[in-house]
Design a protein. Structure first.
Length: 358
């Protein structure tokens, strides 16, 4: 009798394509997924993602994160024990850091043990660069008034955006037919959570979906507020708390194209970026998306990329400030809940210690 291999879905990223939202969704719904025969394992999980499996292939990333390099053999043993214990017929591992790993560093017998399916989300290169710039501006890594053309056309940065080069390596290991490429711009409206359900064959009715944010990244005026905050020489922790609150506060703002920070990158600059990747994107579309015409991404036609408003509109700033207060209230509420849980645990512990005869 031939035994059917369990499926292993490897979600490899890429970064800036909603990986964090996807991982939060998988972690929040792990019990429901297991009932459907799909395991999102605790083995190798770090910050809601399967990062330790990727870190085992990326010692330099472990060093940067201040973590010891995980024992790869032990991780895969733990995964198999967890899968057997759960009775699951399929496993999903999710880490955008797999994008930077070599598939050759995965276990040699992985294909014998699992039916491996690789899931990769790709995003139009100019949008990745614009999103990265805004994220780095928020973190204070680059100045908001930096030369965006120099930033966008940096050779090292562009070298990381050749999707064909990465997907070639995964296809060489597992075969073109096992590489599932999804286009971020095409799934963004309905959400990556719904898309992963379709890919994994999950019925979404019993699953918990987080609401889609109106502003997935900070608008330009919020980024300017973050830049102004740096003038007060905040320490690292207060600055992080302020940025977290600001990120939550923008949920109270409707999307406004006039304040979209992506407008810092003009249409002509975006065209230059996309021209560079035209041939490789077309090959990705033909090989992994079965597109005879080689169209991977929606084009720039109809898009208007205008420099965002420099003025800080009082009504929007007032809403942001109210949002910051709401964020602070949420934080206090979460802290109170944690304290309450700890108090209950402490009461149970003290009660057990004080039992007569112990």
């Amino acid at each position: 009798m031939t035994l059917t291999r369990p499926k292993l879905y490897l979600h490899i990223g890429r970064p800036k394509t909603g990986s964090t939202a996807l991982q939060r969704f998988l972690a929040d719904n792990a019990p429901h997924l297991q009932q459907a025969g799909l395991l999102y394992p605790l083995a190798g999980r770090f910050q809601q993602a399967s990062h330790l499996f990727a870190y085992a292939c990326l010692p330099q990333m472990c060093t940067a994160a201040g973590l010891p390099r995980p024992d790869a053999a032990l991780l895969w043993q733990q995964l198999e024990r967890e899968r057997e214990s759960s009775g699951a017929s399929a496993v999903v591992l999710s880490s955008e850091n797999f994008w930077f790993a070599s598939p050759a560093d995965l276990p040699e017998d992985l294909e014998q043990r699992y039916d491996v399916q690789v899931i990769a989300y790709v995003r139009r290169q100019d949008n990745v660069i614009a999103s990265s710039f805004c994220e780095e501006a928020k973190a204070g890594i680059v100045a908001l008034d930096s030369d965006v053309e120099l930033y966008a056309l940096d050779g090292v940065r562009l070298g990381l955006l050749d999707y064909l080069q990465v997907l070639d390596a995964w296809a060489a290991r597992f075969g073109d037919e096992r590489i599932h490429v999804r286009v971020y711009e095409q799934v963004q409206a309905r959400g990556i959570q719904a898309d992963i359900c379709e890919l994994l064959g999950l019925a979404p009715d019993s699953l918990v979906f987080a609401p889609q944010p109106a502003n997935p990244s900070l608008p330009y005026d919020a980024l300017r507020l973050a830049a102004h905050a740096d003038q007060f020489a905040l320490g690292n922790m207060p600055r992080r708390a302020f940025l977290h609150g600001l990120s939550e506060a923008v949920e109270h703002l409707p999307y406004d194209a006039d304040y979209d920070a992506g407008g810092l990158f003009s249409g002509s600059l975006r065209e230059r970026i996309l021209t560079r990747f035209g041939a490789s994107n077309a090959e990705v579309a033909r090989r992994f998306r079965q597109s005879p015409r080689g169209e991977l991404f929606p084009g720039l036609v109809g898009e208007h990329h205008v420099h965002p408003e420099d003025a800080l509109e009082p009504e929007r700033i007032a809403k942001l400030m109210i949002g910051l207060l709401i964020s602070q209230e949420r934080k206090c509420h979460r802290l109170a809940q944690r304290v309450s849980r700890l108090e209950k645990q402490l009461e149970k512990l003290l009660s057990a210690v004080e039992k007569p005869g112990d």
